[in-house]
Design a protein around this ligand. Structure first.
Ligand code: HEC
Ligand code: HEC
Length: 151
């Protein structure tokens, strides 16, 4: 009987720990080249991958890269965030675009006075001229203002 009670106690403690971790969104999720664990390309990842959201992990930077002409996503490319325009200043974050063309990270990012995104494609690097305070790229790069693309 006693061992059974201890067992139940241990199991319930771990369950509570697991649940509270999930609520705080403590999971680490970082995109890697060639991996295909993500989904929902072209949607606003942060609609769900936010604090209290249904998505696994709270994303600090996330989005989707397309090819020229937007006929498909552009997998295995790279997103970088710099403190100055055109790849200047210091490199603050590097996020690999996965095998589905999506990129995401739960790692903390210090946006400071703003960071300048760059997308390194297979042939060219494209720089955003203005800075961002958030890594929710979709919030601006949606169907109305234009998706992010590279060659
Ligand atoms: C409509 C809500 C929603 C949107 C939008 C969404 N996700 Fe998710 N995501 C989820 C849910 C729910 C899970 C957990 C269950 C599952 O894996 O489907 C999840 C899980 C994941 C996982 C973990 C898979 C694993 O096995 O480790 C990754 C990675 C991910 N999403 C990436 C993304 C990316 C990148 C985007 C944007 C391009 C995105 N998600 C958009 C809801 C969403
Ligand atoms: C606050 C709105 C906003 C956010 C957030 C945003 N962008 Fe932009 N982005 C723009 C606007 C507006 C332009 C065009 C003017 C410019 O370059 O500043 C642009 C341009 C770009 C370009 C250059 C496009 C071209 O055709 O040369 C790239 C690449 C880019 N953004 C990547 C990103 C990435 C990656 C993220 C997420 C880390 C992001 N952007 C977040 C508004 C935004």
């Amino acid at each position: 009987m006693k061992t059974k009670h201890i067992l139940i106690l241990i199991i319930s403690t771990f369950t509570i720990l697991a649940i509270s971790c999930k609520k705080e969104g403590n999971e680490t999720k970082i995109s890697k080249y060639k991996k295909k664990k993500s989904h929902n390309s072209g949607q606003n990842c942060m609609n769900c991958h936010n604090v209290g959201g249904s998505g696994e992990g709270v994303f600090k930077i996330a989005g989707t890269i397309y090819n020229e002409g937007f006929t498909a996503t552009l997998p295995n490319t790279t997103v970088k965030l710099y403190t100055a325009p055109n790849g200047g200043g210091s490199l603050v974050a590097t996020v690999k675009v996965d095998g589905l063309g999506n990129f995401y990270t739960t790692e903390k990012v210090d946006f400071g006075d703003g960071l300048y995104p760059a997308v390194i494609g297979n042939q060219t690097t494209k720089y955003m001229n203005s800075s961002v305070q958030s890594g929710a790229c979709y919030s601006c790069h949606n169907s109305i203002t234009g998706k992010i693309w590279a060659k």
